[in-house]
Design a protein around this ligand. Structure first.
Ligand code: FAD
Length: 158
């Protein structure tokens, strides 16, 4: 049950943030997989919520792109996470998930949990020159993919 430090936090939209985290030695995952995450503080470690890895599987750091819900009355993990700063820690666990790459295509996804699809985009364009997730690399060469979050659509074509 590794505790990993937050190295950087970046706004993606008004309620979605990208969290860059330390990567524990030997911690591996496949694109599309998720892990149960909790906040590493008393009273919150047993509240496990699934989030999908949005960095490539060979990246130096872990990354999650998380939408925060602000209507939880203070009980919500993502609401509390929104107040987190660089240097605080999250707990990550075993990885799970069954999305696998089956060839190139166009993906349109929406709704909470849509960040699950970002790693699929990452694989679909890895054979070209573009590496990274649509939401995290606005200046990178554009993929032939669409990435929809709840409140924004990232669209690009080569
Ligand atoms: C396999 C998997 C992977 C996921 N990956 C990501 C990810 O990469 N990034 C990300 O932002 N989220 C992801 N999610 C969704 C994420 O787990 C939830 O948004 C999170 O657990 C909410 O926790 P909370 O304690 O903040 O909110 P809760 O207290 O559980 O809920 C707060 C409010 O938001 C609503 N809500 C919560 N979750 C959802 C939902 N999924 N759909 C619609 N309404 C909801 C609730 O009804 C409630 O009103 C994933 C979910 C699954 C199952």
């Amino acid at each position: 049950m590794p505790s990993v430090k937050i190295l950087a936090i970046a706004d993606v939209t008004h309620n979605v943030r990208r969290y860059t985290l330390e990567r524990p030695a030997g911690y591996t995952f496949q694109p599309g997989q998720a892990t149960d995450v909790s906040l590493d503080e008393d009273g919150w470690r047993d509240k496990k919520h699934p989030f999908t890895f949005t960095a490539l599987s060979d990246a130096q750091n872990l990354e999650f792109t998380i939408k925060s819900y602000f209507n939880t009355g203070g009980d919500g993990v993502t609401e509390r996470l929104y107040g987190y700063k660089q240097g605080q820690s999250l707990v990550v666990r075993d990885v799970w998930g069954t999305i696998t790459y089956k060839g190139r295509g166009i993906f349109i996804a929406g709704g909470a949990g849509s960040r699950r699809s970002s790693p699929s985009f990452a694989i679909s364009i890895t054979s070209g020159s573009w590496r990274g997730t649509p939401s995290s690399s606005p200046t990178a060469p554009k993929p032939t993919s669409f990435c929809a979050t709840n409140s924004r659509v990232f669209a690009a074509s080569r």
